[in-house]
Ligand binder design. Sequence first.
Ligand SMILES: Cc1cc2nc3c(=O)[nH]c(=O)nc-3n(C[C@H](O)[C@H](O)[C@H](O)COP(=O)(O)O)c2cc1C
Length: 344
Amino acid sequence: MNAYRSFIRPLLFCLPPEAAHRWTMAALRVFSILPFGPAVVKFFSGKVPHSEPLVVSGLAFPNPVGLAAGLDKDAEAVAALGALGFGFVEIGTLTPKPQPGNPQPRLFRLPKDRGLINRMGFNNHGVVAAAQRLKNRPAGLVVGGNIGKNKDTPNELAAQDYVLSLRALHPVVDFFTVNISSPNTPGLRALQSLEPLRELMREVLEERDRHQPRRPVWVKLAPDLTNEELVDTAQLIVSAGADGIIATNTTLSRSGLGTDPLKVEQMGAGGLSGAPLRQRSTDVIRVLRGAVGPDFPLIAVGGVLSGQDAREKKEAGATLVQVYTGLIYEGPQLVHDCIRAWND
Ligand SMILES: Cc1cc2nc3c(=O)[nH]c(=O)nc-3n(C[C@H](O)[C@H](O)[C@H](O)COP(=O)(O)O)c2cc1C
């Protein structure tokens, strides 16, 4: 029996989505801070299925399944999340200055579709607070810092925001994700166009190379780029000297949903995640793998709600996989299921 699906999810789904998120994070925070908190989480999660460690971008991952960005934006619960069995945890998106994000409500469930729509808008306490918190991060877990730009930073100055965040987080994270694909910061996705991206990569990778030890930089892309755009963008990312690509972020598309279209319209703008995103995200990995050759790291994310879904990403060419929305619908058991299916 899946205790999450039988007891915890029904309770959480009685609450508005963001309240459920806050309560879950509060619990995970407590378990992260208490001296035996992570051990308790580990005990109740059960034994993590065996996995050969993987070396990706020079980092040793205990297993291929990670937590995607956006759940623990401020790095408040890294220890408890690691104890759920994740091989790596991505915090953020963090911006140089703290910012409140968009007005609420800004997070919506689509239970019929096993999806979410969000327009959070990079609500976070700022990169300095997160860096301070991560000084006490647990050993044996790979932690990534997902970085973005503040809402009021014009695109011409965006590189400076990424550079500042990279500098602040460098001592406390293992890799970086340059997020240029969230749909909820006006203009952000324009940074995926070739000219702005070339300039952004130049400045960010120069900053990467100023620090020791060298920390890999991955770039996170949107599923709404056309396949041709994906190929051009990926080739630029490789030739600029970045270390990997995460694909994908949420989609602006609303096609193929079973939820009442009126309800979907009432939810308003935002990025769609979960099961409706799965197929496009997998296709993106396949297109990218064709564009970057067999060895370049590709981290797949989008619509993984079962072990089989994780396996599908691997077969499409993924090096590692991440989950977010699947965790809300299926609970922490999903992490173990994905590890098992990946290694089968
Ligand atoms: C509520 C919510 C907040 C998110 N916030 C971020 C974020 O801050 N930065 C980011 O790169 N991705 C963010 N994402 C996108 C996820 O990391 C992931 O790319 C996307 O949801 C697809 O994966 P999934 O279908 O497993 O959720 C967010 C997703 C959700 C649902």
